[in-house]
Write a protein that binds this ligand. Structure first.
Ligand code: ATP
Ligand code: MG
Length: 453
């Protein structure tokens, strides 16, 4: 990881030069050594070091002068000062002049190594970031997240900026706009990417099990708890937890959740000891979160704690400019997945897609393209490959569901639910709204019908 990072050591004790070279090379850096401040300044301009280690006392130009000159050249390389025993005031002065840190002689190698490692990681991250930015500017793409429209570019820039921190983020937007994808992307871009990303759907988990799902339980904590279980927070330790559909969580549990997030420690259900955790918490909701606070469905203190950053994903109908790029990406994906030779779609087809209101947002677009790729017979998708509602001005069944006399009420309910979900393009929250039930009730019913969601 540290390989190729250039480190310049400015040190007048020539007897230590070989030692410096050997250690730094062994740790994976590319070192150069200068014997005084003037030589060091020359090498800053020719060797372009990414880190400078400078002795405070050197002939011709001392450490403080060196820092001042480097900064005057407009070079912002991180500098670590190395000071003798009695030089602490100067070391402090060096920090004021812009040195990153100082080490006292004799230098403790493990300490220095750790310090360099941190700086190197930072450099690598910054470089990854700026190359990412260049790529973004060109194509409007962040990992699997696409969007060329102005509003999505803004979202992408925000993600990039906040990914580095551990602060909480509330992600809002209609169903199918990509909230989960955004959460995953934040995790993937963050320094936490090596640890787990754990999404929890608060609407899909019954209230009675939620606490143990989040915080885990000890053996015998309740009937059925026949063994100890780690909760999502523990699984996400060092990583990121997404609380999806947060407003569906019972208000009593929200108080506990707030405490765990604030204190970064938890107690398993039925447990006595406190377990420290380090988890970044993201929350997503397709409802108006502030309204949920006013309706007492979401605790205000929890909302404030989580809403350090807010990302609002615009619905697809407000960023129609993204349709061509998203469509093309989905065509490629499903063509290769289904071994089809489809490469794109004709103009008439694209026009029909642009004109659609997209109640189910990107998810619905994705489903439409998947189906079209499968039924398409040529190399280009045509209008006839699209579902009925794209072909005619109005839907052929006029939005009616035919029910056979002799059906049970349960069958009718099942049919109504599945047709409504189809109508909203997979948007279950909107389907629940249309059917006049809560999202949770809808999920429970789907569970009962044994449908995947
Ligand atoms: N900008 C985007 N680029 C690429 N794919 C996207 C984008 N936005 C959404 N998708 C795709 O659309 C689908 C739905 O996205 P996702 O599950 O993240 O939405 P959501 O907002 O969490 O929806 P819900 O509220 O229903 O949970 C996924 O298959 C995702 O990969
Ligand atoms: Mg989601």
């Amino acid at each position: 990881m540290a390989c190729e990072i250039r480190v310049l050591v400015a040190e007048d004790d020539v007897g230590t030069h070989d030692e410096w070279r050997e250690s730094l090379t062994a740790w994976g850096y590319r070192p150069e050594v200068a014997e005084d401040g003037v030589r060091a300044l020359e090498m800053v301009e020719t060797f372009h070091p990414q880190i400078v280690l400078a002795d405070l006392r050197m002939p011709r130009k001392n450490g403080l002068e060196l820092i001042t000159d480097i900064r005057e050249l407009g070079i912002s390389v991180p500098i670590i000062m190395i000071s003798g025993q009695g030089d602490i005031p100067d070391a402090v002065e060096a920090i004021k002049l812009g040195a990153l840190d100082y080490l006292r002689k004799p230098v403790d190698p493990p300490h220095l190594r750790q310090m360099l490692k941190q700086i190197a990681e930072n450099i690598v991250m910054r470089e990854e970031n700026s190359s990412l930015k260049r790529r973004l500017a060109q194509v409007g793409e962040l990992g699997p997240l696409f969007g060329n429209s102005l509003s999505m570019r803004k979202v992408i820039t925000a993600i990039e900026r906040l990914a580095q921190s551990s602060a909480s983020v509330v992600i809002t937007g209609e169903s199918g706009t990509g909230k989960e994808l955004v959460a995953r992307t934040i995790h993937e871009l963050s320094p936490r990417r090596g640890a787990a990303y754990v999404p929890v759907n608060c609407a899909a988990i019954p209230d009675t099990l939620m606490e143990s799902e989040l915080f885990g339980h000890e053996r015998g904590a309740f009937t059925g708890a026949d063994r100890r279980k780690e909760g999502c927070f523990e699984i996400a330790n060092g990583g990121t937890l997404l609380l999806d559909e947060l407003t569906e969580m019972k208000i009593e549990l929200q108080a506990k959740l707030l405490r765990v997030i604030e204190e970064q420690k938890l107690r398993r259900v039925g447990g006595t000891s406190e377990i420290p955790i380090d988890v970044r918490v993201l929350a997503a909701s397709n409802r108006d979160v502030e309204q949920a606070v006013r309706d007492n469905k979401l605790r205000q203190d929890l909302f404030y704690r989580l809403n350090v950053f807010n990302i609002e994903l615009p619905p697809l109908r407000e960023r129609i400019d993204d349709v061509p790029q998203l469509t093309q990406m989905f065509v490629q994906h499903y063509a290769s997945q289904n071994s089809k030779q489809v490469v794109g779609l004709d103009d008439e087809c694209l026009e029909a897609l642009r004109a659609h209101p997209w109640p189910g947002n990107v998810r619905q677009l994705r489903n439409v393209i998947e189906r079209a790729v499968i039924v398409c017979e040529g190399s280009s998708i045509r209008k006839r490959d699209l579902p009925e509602e794209f072909r005619a001005a109005s839907s052929s069944d006029g939005g009616f569901v035919r029910i056979r006399l002799g059906s049970s009420l349960e069958d009718v309910e099942k049919e109504m639910i599945s047709r409504t979900i189809e109508f909203t393009g997979g948007n279950k929250t909107r389907a629940a709204d249309i059917l006049g039930v809560s999202a949770k009730t809808l999920y429970n019913k789907l569970e009962r019908f044994g449908q995947e969601h």
